[in-house]
Write a protein that binds this ligand. Structure first.
Ligand SMILES: [Zn+2]
Length: 297
């Protein structure tokens, strides 16, 4: 029997999630600094005074490399910074202690507050951002081109039309999830947001290639433990509007490795939501998906 389920559980009040079994073990937080083998510390001069963080805000760098982004965010000319930069290999550079204000949010607002730098830890994910497609080439705003295997076509939740976006690596997403778990617990953060949420008039990062909703709900314990996920094992997998090859395509084919949230399991077809893209649902053949662990390892 197919097992229908409700995806959107109501928001629970902050701090009620059980996080004990999900504590990350790769790094810890000591004296407002991350400690772990994948972490280096490099202090930026671009910072303000003390803050008490309430939120975590994810960004993409729209840059060429993590090193370039760290260089820029440590350059006084930039007048910009963040607490952490996460490279494509999952390594982390911390640019300021978490209780010191960095300059990542700009003009922003959330829950009646303005100027979220005062309230938020900022994490920059090394990612080229929105890409322009010309034939088989996908080009970033700074001129670098990327293979189609590193791009995904998706509609941003704030936009009407789909666009191309640079994908995040699995390592980055795992690191982002672990960081969210750790920082929510350490600081009692009440929400995990994207720059696009707090500055929707002008920002689109971290964008639809980033599984923000999944990280948010798991880190805050709003849903998660019972969620089942799977991964695309075929190079290219059709996602359809119904459980059968006779149904129309629901979206462009999914690439190998795409994470899917299982909504309803059938004998031959499974209804899924594309992880991080709440409005993209459809059916995929069971032959080309494999289960993945729900908890961060
Ligand atoms: Zn941003």
């Amino acid at each position: 029997m197919p097992r229908p389920r409700t995806r959107r559980t109501p928001r629970r009040s902050p701090g009620t999630g059980s996080l004990a079994t999900d504590a990350p073990d790769t790094f810890t937080c000591r004296d407002h600094r991350l400690v772990g083998p994948a972490v280096t510390y490099r202090e930026t001069p671009n910072h303000g005074g003390p803050i008490t963080p309430r939120y975590l805000v994810f960004h993409y760098t729209a840059g060429h490399s993590a090193k370039d982004s760290c260089d820029w965010l440590c350059n006084p000319v930039a007048q910009a910074s963040a607490h952490l930069v996460v490279g494509r290999d999952g390594t982390i550079t911390q640019l300021a202690p978490f209780n010191i204000k960095t300059w990542h949010a700009g003009t922003s607002h959330w829950e009646g507050l303005t100027g979220l730098n005062e309230y938020a830890i900022g994490i920059e994910m090394d990612n080229a951002g929105r890409l322009t497609r010309t034939g088989d080439r996908l080009t970033a705003w700074f001129g670098e081109t990327y293979p189609a295997s590193q791009a995904v076509q998706a509609k941003h939740k704030l936009d009407q039309e789909p666009a191309w976006w640079h994908t995040y690596t699995q390592k980055q997403i795992e690191t982002a999830l672990k960081l969210a778990f750790l920082l929510v617990k350490e600081y009692g953060l009440t929400d995990v947001l994207g720059h696009e949420d707090i500055a929707p008039e002008r920002k689109r990062d971290p964008g639809p290639a980033f599984p923000l909703e999944s990280i948010r709900s798991r880190a805050l314990g709003r849903k998660g433990e019972q969620d089942e996920r799977c991964r695309v094992t075929a190079d290219s997998l059709n996602i359809r509007k119904g459980p059968g090859a006779e149904y129309d395509l629901a979206a462009p084919a999914l690439r190998k490795g795409t994470l899917l949230l299982i909504l309803e399991k059938g004998a031959r077809w499974t209804k899924v939501e594309v992880d991080g893209q709440g409005d993209l649902e459809g059916w995929v053949s069971n032959k080309y998906i494999e289960p993945v662990a729900t908890h961060p390892s």
